[in-house]
Design a protein around this ligand. Structure first.
Ligand SMILES: Cc1ncc(COP(=O)(O)O)c(C=O)c1O
Length: 383
């Protein structure tokens, strides 16, 4: 078998290349925190929140400990509880539905669109009806901007408004993308994102943020992230969490945000080049009208009947990693099997789970390496 050394392996996401680019500025940012020692809620946390608000256009940004906590905190702040239903796509990372289940409410799974992989508004309507038939009280919908492409926020908002639901956008993969010219962070009641290291805007550990224009919600979220603290530190006024973003991570994110626009442009170039090189041999991602993508993942679909494991093995033998997001949709996973799904089923989610595969994607993927990947994909599908 063809044995490859570590140096011949192409990284799936090259966190190291970005680290090298930022070099001393990151070291200096972290050193400043080590000097002032305000490790919790230090000045960098407030600075980052202001800069994220300016970047996204949202009025309030509340940073927190992870993307999962960002989702959970909004649901807690809105009093979502047992007996409530929250509609979310099944073809997503498990945290989307997990946050719902953690409140005691019932996630009701919705199918996605075959082209964009994002929530299908018609399936959403069916899922709301399913929830009501089951005696649940539909409270919220969580669209996901999957793989970096913004969901169809107007279509989701129209259904949500008609049904009296609030919208919590899960932009853990999509922060940096826009919809009809407006950055994510400004749709629905609130938006949650993740700063997990592999995300387009990632820190060096766990982190997340919530974006909202609602001042009252922002104040409640600030209380929830510190145990439900009130104006008197030792009189907690609600149940909360320990869900703050570390000052060190905020300092790192401030530096990364400075080059984020540049990285967004670089990611787009990589995606455009993949589309040109692969568009006639596999199904490449397509953007819906008005949507942009931050290209958190570059996810293709193989021609019908093509063995996905064999394809992945052929690329691996050439030092090219691939990943499958997600081999099981949420409703197919052990912990979520008992939760309801939209009437009519989730055929698209199930199909996607069986045929998608993601290629290396990051802002530092040079043309030579990309050509190697394109050639390997073309070779693997034609044999
Ligand atoms: C769609 C989606 N939602 C939520 C999360 C949770 O984010 P975190 O890992 O920061 O908790 C992720 C993380 O991968 C995600 O992809």
């Amino acid at each position: 078998m063809n044995q490859l050394s570590r140096s011949q392996q192409i990284p799936f996401i090259d966190v190291g290349a970005q680290r090298q680019r930022l070099g001393k500025s990151l070291d200096a940012a972290v050193s400043r925190v080590f000097a002032h020692c305000q490790f919790i809620n230090g000045p960098e946390v407030m600075q980052l929140e202001a800069e994220l608000a300016a970047f996204s256009g949202a009025k309030h940004v509340v940073t927190c400990s992870s993307g999962t906590d960002a989702l959970l905190m909004v649901l807690m702040a809105k009093g979502v509880r047992p007996g409530d239903a929250v509609l979310c796509p099944s073809f997503t990372f498990s945290a989307t539905g997990e946050a719902v289940a953690l409140t005691g409410a019932t996630p009701v799974f919705v199918d996605v669109d075959e082209t964009t992989f994002n929530m299908d508004a018609a399936s959403l309507e069916r899922a709301i009806a399913t929830a009501r038939q089951l005696g649940l009280d539909p409270k919220a919908v969580i669209p996901v901007d999957l793989f970096g492409q913004s969901a169809d926020h107007d279509a989701i908002a129209a259904v949500a408004e008609g049904e009296g639901l609030f919208v919590l956008d899960d932009a853990a993969q999509g922060f940096g993308a826009s919809y009809k010219g407006r950055r994510l962070g400004t749709f629905g009641l609130a938006t949650a994102t993740s700063f997990f290291p592999a995300k387009p805007l990632g820190c060096f550990g766990d982190g997340g943020a919530i974006f909202t224009d609602d001042a009252e919600l922002a104040a409640t979220l600030r209380s929830i992230r510190v145990h439900g603290q009130g104006s008197d530190k030792y009189d907690n006024v609600r149940l909360g969490l320990t869900a703050r973003l570390d000052t060190v991570q905020a300092a790192i994110l401030i530096e990364k945000l400075k080059i984020f626009e540049d990285e967004i442009a670089a990611r787009k170039e990589v995606a455009d080049r993949y589309a040109r090189g692969l568009g006639n041999v596999v199904t490449v991602p397509r953007l819906a009208g008005g949507c942009s993508s931050i290209w958190a993942q570059y996810t293709i679909r193989l021609p019908e009947g093509r063995d996905r494991d064999g394809f992945a093995a052929a690329l691996k033998a050439q030092g090219i990693p691939t990943a499958i997001y997600y081999p099981k949709s949420m409703h197919q996973q052990t912990a979520y099997r008992e939760f309801p799904v939209a009437d009519g089923g989730l055929a698209v989610s199930e199909r996607l789970s069986s045929d998608v595969i993601s290629l290396p994607m990051h802002a530092y993927l040079d043309e030579e390496t990309q050509d190697q990947i394109i050639a390997a994909v073309r070779g693997a599908v034609s044999t």
